[in-house]
Design a protein around this ligand. Structure first.
Ligand SMILES: NC(=O)C1=CN([C@@H]2O[C@H](COP(=O)(O)OP(=O)(O)OC[C@H]3O[C@@H](n4cnc5c(N)ncnc54)[C@H](O)[C@@H]3O)[C@@H](O)[C@H]2O)C=CC1
Ligand SMILES: O=C([O-])CC(=O)C(=O)O
Length: 313
């Protein structure tokens, strides 16, 4: 039996989906299927072919096809869902809930049918609630249904810390807990540069500004773009998660995971630190939190629960 390349389907060929497809192929993580609605079949095929024609220049051997037919996605190892509408200035992510819940559910019906053994990563917003909707529709075990927020939120946080200190982004460590909304919880106590705690290097008022800028980091980009939301850093985040799974790297990454008692929460999807490997979410770390940190996480969990209630009907 030959060794088969991994197959990765990206549903939604818009800004985030197309960027993700190209980055996945450039890293040769597998063959990529880019899938959008039938009305956009030709543009989707065109994007995929254009990416493929970059492969001789950049020297990557991943195949990329565009389609609107789930048969082309059959038996994918990983499915990344970016389908849905994005917010515009003045909107919150939660304003997208009804439209995107319908889209995510219809996509997941197909994923369940054509890719029953896949690991599914959800990006569509409001992502904590969309991951919940996907989990309900897919009926997959919880380790195989994963939402993306923590990698992106942490990336923003680490960017701002590196800028503040004028140090390499490679040496910044930290992470963000909670829902993908304005009350997410960057954990300052667990943040360091080259092992040196940031609160010994950055004054408290500047740390607070960095935390606040991180919380509204998505909105900052939405306001600058004017007609859509971020896609380069979101795509890079999806690729990091995909790589951790495909290479079974067992990376410690904050992702949106289904909680059944962890941190005291039941039947909730929320951003928490996990081990991400070949089986998807292999472990959820339950950190000791101070009473202040726990209160902030409770507030974020309450916001997520309110949006989940909408998808629960
Ligand atoms: N969780 C996160 O950190 C982030 C989430 N997002 C979210 O990701 C989503 C996509 O964002 P963009 O790519 O910028 O939007 P976009 O509008 O550029 O692309 C969305 C694509 O989904 C497609 N689509 C709609 N219904 C579909 C269906 N039933 N099947 C297949 N494809 C379908 C559309 O035709 C469109 O091409 C938005 O909901 C956005 O809010 C974006 C960035 C970060
Ligand atoms: O802000 C948005 O609507 C898109 C998103 O989730 C992000 O960039 O964090």
């Amino acid at each position: 039996m030959g060794i088969r390349r991994k197959k990765i389907t990206v549903v939604g060929a818009g800004f985030t989906g197309a960027t993700t497809a190209l980055m996945l192929a450039q890293k040769e993580l597998g063959d990529v299927v880019l899938l959008d609605i039938p009305q956009l079949e030709n543009p989707t095929k065109g994007k995929a072919l254009d990416m493929l024609e970059a492969s001789p220049v950049q020297g990557f051997d991943s195949n990329i096809v565009g389609t609107s037919n789930y048969e082309d996605a059959a038996d994918s190892d990983i499915v990344i869902i970016t389908a849905g509408i994005a917010r515009k200035p003045g909107m919150s992510r939660d304003d997208l809930v009804n439209t995107n819940a319908g889209i995510v559910r219809s996509v997941c019906e197909n994923v369940k049918k054509y890719c029953p053994n896949s690991i599914v990563i959800i990006l569509s917003n409001p992502v904590d609630a969309m991951t919940y909707a996907a989990y309900q529709t897919l009926g997959f075990p919880k380790n195989r249904v994963i939402g993306q927020s923590g990698v992106l939120d942490t990336a923003r946080y680490c960017t701002f810390i590196a800028q503040e200190l004028g140090v390499s982004v490679e040496d910044v460590r930290g992470f963000v807990l909670g829902g993908h909304g304005d009350d997410m919880v960057p954990l300052v106590r667990y943040s360091n540069v080259g092992g040196i705690p940031i609160d010994t290097l950055i004054p408290q008022n500047r740390i607070e500004e960095i935390v606040q800028r991180t919380r509204v980091g998505g909105g900052e980009i939405v306001n600058l773009l004017g007609n859509g939301s971020a896609y380069y850093a979101p795509a890079a985040s999806l690729v990091q998660m995909t790589e951790a799974i495909i290479k079974d790297k067992k990376r410690i990454i904050p992702v949106i995971a289904y909680l059944e008692g962890e941190y005291g929460y039941q039947d909730l999807f929320l951003g928490v630190p996990t081990i991400l490997g070949g089986n998807g979410i292999e472990k959820v770390f339950e950190l000791e939190l101070t009473s202040e940190e726990k209160a902030a996480l409770d507030k974020s969990a309450d916001s997520v629960r309110n949006v989940i209630k909408v998808v629960q009907g």
